[in-house]
Design a protein. Structure first.
Length: 148
């Protein structure tokens, strides 16, 4: 996704599935990186929604994943690739309120089925590819010159 733009910053994080103790750590780190840069606060807010929701989906549904966080001169690119069950019906998963979260996850305050719709709402470009039984790859771009 960064072929035509200059990469200024890149970090790759590992996210562990089914581990609520470390859940959210990647997004917290991304937050501190972004706060130190001169980027519009609304762009930062949108990138953090995307990062947090995508990270939590790895925690809740996958075994392990990586979050690649890239800032170019044009955009913030967040790529999340996981090894996990995959998503059988992406269109259905994108619907507001659709969730396969367990009761335990709901007790923790997750699983309202708003993660993917909010990722969509807050990205300028979103691509999701999934192989059932193998994993899921999500690419989200938030353009630095956009304002939702
Ligand atoms: N990385 C993933 N791996 C497998 N399934 C996923 C993944 N991300 C999302 N899903 C599926 O899509 C559904 C909707 O996701 P989302 O909108 O984030 O809602 P929620 O996480 O609250 O269930 C999830 O309940 C799950 O079934
Ligand atoms: Mg979610």
């Amino acid at each position: 996704m960064t072929v035509y733009s200059e990469e200024l910053f890149k970090r790759v994080f590992t996210v562990y599935g089914h581990n609520f103790d470390t859940a959210g750590e990647t997004s917290t780190e991304i937050k501190s990186i972004l706060k130190g840069l001169e980027i519009d606060s609304d762009i930062i807010r949108r990138a953090l929604v995307v990062a947090f929701e995508a990270e939590m989906n790895v925690v809740m549904y996958a075994n392990i994943g990586t979050v690649s966080f890239v800032i170019t001169d044009e955009a913030i690119d967040i790529e999340v690739a996981d090894e996990g069950p995959g998503i059988p019906d992406i269109e259905q998963a994108m619907q507001e309120g659709f969730s396969t979260a367990s009761d335990e996850m709901r007790e923790k305050g997750f699983g309202f089925g708003m993660g993917l719709p909010n990722i969509k709402k807050n990205s300028d470009v979103l691509k999701i590819e999934s192989d059932v039984g193998k994993g899921t790859k999500l690419l989200a771009r938030i353009r630095l010159d956009s304002n939702a």
